[in-house]
Design a protein. Structure first.
Length: 435
């Protein structure tokens, strides 16, 4: 008995030493400093929560842990199911048409006459076709397909996501645009922003050629796109394309693709997550989703991004008109289906006026900028996977997918009813989770 007690004491002491040697929360995993895996083989480290350090040693404890997890998941399902039913009664979701009123951007009202755009800028400084969203929903693939067309060209050959003045001025850094009161005397900051916009667009005018090809851009900042659009007094015949994606797959991709300040100690430039710097796992992702509004991560990734996902689509519709926006599904961009009759290529041709035969088959026959192949020139083959190197090739947990569908049920209804973008599992989640 004494030997067993001593052995157990040594194990506990070793675990404490190892924990202290790693970087704080959960043996360093969540601070991106992986701890060496030197626990005895019969120990199981259970990753239930960011601050959990539970180590189970018996089958009874494992059974209890499993039952607690099932109870926890069931309670979360009930909570989110109730929340999404409550959201369905909120006015913006029931009366979306009330939101479809576009006001000229307050930063431009009033605008000094000498800072107004010049007539000769009209067709050279706002792209003919703009791929505007969502990030991680196939925007790179869409952009590359469009630019591959013989009658189209990149709006800015050096930058796929050229955000106009946002690349060169304080426009992209100012977070208080909506504080401006239209019609009042312009503030110093407002004048500075207007001057920056005028200078940047005038500079870009000098970079453009006289080509008659349709120009394609991929700026994903709705704020920047809308202020430039308003600056040109809502130019006619400009087209916008928004790619939507299964909400669960979209958030899983965001989680694995980018470094996020609320969960990562290191956020590099560009802010891409890397296995050697950042920790990711399906269990951690589930805990973050299930934490709901109790964590900043939810507010940043699910709360504000979820609201953004809802607002994004109708803001562009209010700005440019439904006839100038094309909504497509990310899943319909896959090489096996993109060229089918009535598919994305046919939709793009009908919407943009480009000849269907002009799209490059090699470009639409391969996926760009996905999973661990980051960057708009990177290719990923012909099949898409939800497995990432950073999570050890493991996929999202099924229960996490259900929770996300509950959170995005109203968005899925909107996309289906208004834009004919249908995700059946998301639409049917309330029925599927009845108990």
């Amino acid at each position: 008995m004494g030997q067993k007690s001593n052995a157990l004491s040594l194990r506990v002491a070793w675990a404490v030493i190892l924990a202290l040697s790693c970087s704080s929360a959960f043996f360093g995993y969540y601070n991106n400093v992986p701890c060496p895996q030197v626990f005895p083989p019969d120990w199981q480290v259970t990753e239930k929560h960011r601050f959990s350090k539970a180590v189970t040693t018996t089958d009874a404890a494992k059974d209890l842990d499993a039952r607690l997890k099932r109870a926890f998941d069931a309670s979360v399902l009930r909570k989110h199911r109730a929340a999404t039913l409550e959201r369905a009664s909120v006015a913006p979701y029931k009366n979306m048409d009330l939101q479809l009123y576009h006001k000229p951007h307050p930063v431009l009202n009033p605008l000094d006459p000498k800072l107004r755009p010049k007539p000769e800028w009209g067709n050279t400084t706002f792209p003919d076709i703009s791929v505007v969203g969502f990030p991680k929903a196939g925007t790179t693939q869409l952009y590359n397909i469009l630019v591959s067309h013989s009658e189209a060209e990149a709006f800015n050959k050096r930058d796929k996501e050229f955000c106009f003045a946002g690349n060169e001025s304080s426009l992209s850094r100012n977070n208080n645009w909506e504080d401006f009161v239209p019609g009042s005397r312009p503030t110093t900051m407002q004048i500075e922003l207007q001057e920056a916009l005028h200078t940047a667009l005038q500079k870009h005018r000098n970079l453009r050629t006289s080509s008659q090809k349709k120009t394609v851009n991929g700026c994903l900042s709705q704020r920047i796109v809308s202020v430039v659009y308003d600056y040109f007094n809502q130019p006619s015949n400009k087209k916008f394309i928004i790619a939507l994606r299964d909400p669960a797959d979209w958030l899983w991709a965001v989680y694995n693709f980018w470094a996020l300040p609320d969960i990562d100690t290191v956020v590099p430039r560009p802010d891409w997550a890397a296995p050697e710097q950042h920790y990711r796992s399906p269990e951690m992702f589930h805990d973050l989703v299930a934490s709901s509004h109790e964590m900043l991560f939810f507010e940043k990734m699910l709360g504000s991004r979820g609201k953004h996902a809802m607002d994004y689509v109708w803001q562009f519709e209010a700005m440019a008109g439904r006839e100038n926006i094309l909504y497509i599904r990310n899943e319909d961009l896959l090489p096996g289906v993109v060229a089918r009759p009535g598919g994305v290529l046919d939709q793009l041709a009908a919407f943009t006026g480009l000849d269907r035969k002009g799209f490059d088959s090699q470009t639409f026959g391969e996926i760009s900028n996905c999973n661990d192949q980051k960057g708009f020139v990177k290719k990923c083959g012909t099949a898409k996977s939800n497995a990432y190197e950073i999570t050890g090739g493991r996929s999202m947990l099924p229960e996490t997918r259900t929770l996300i569908y509950l959170l995005y049920h109203e968005e899925c209804k909107l996309w289906s009813q208004r834009y004919d973008v249908v995700y059946e599992d998301c639409l049917n989640v309330l029925e599927a989770t009845k108990s």
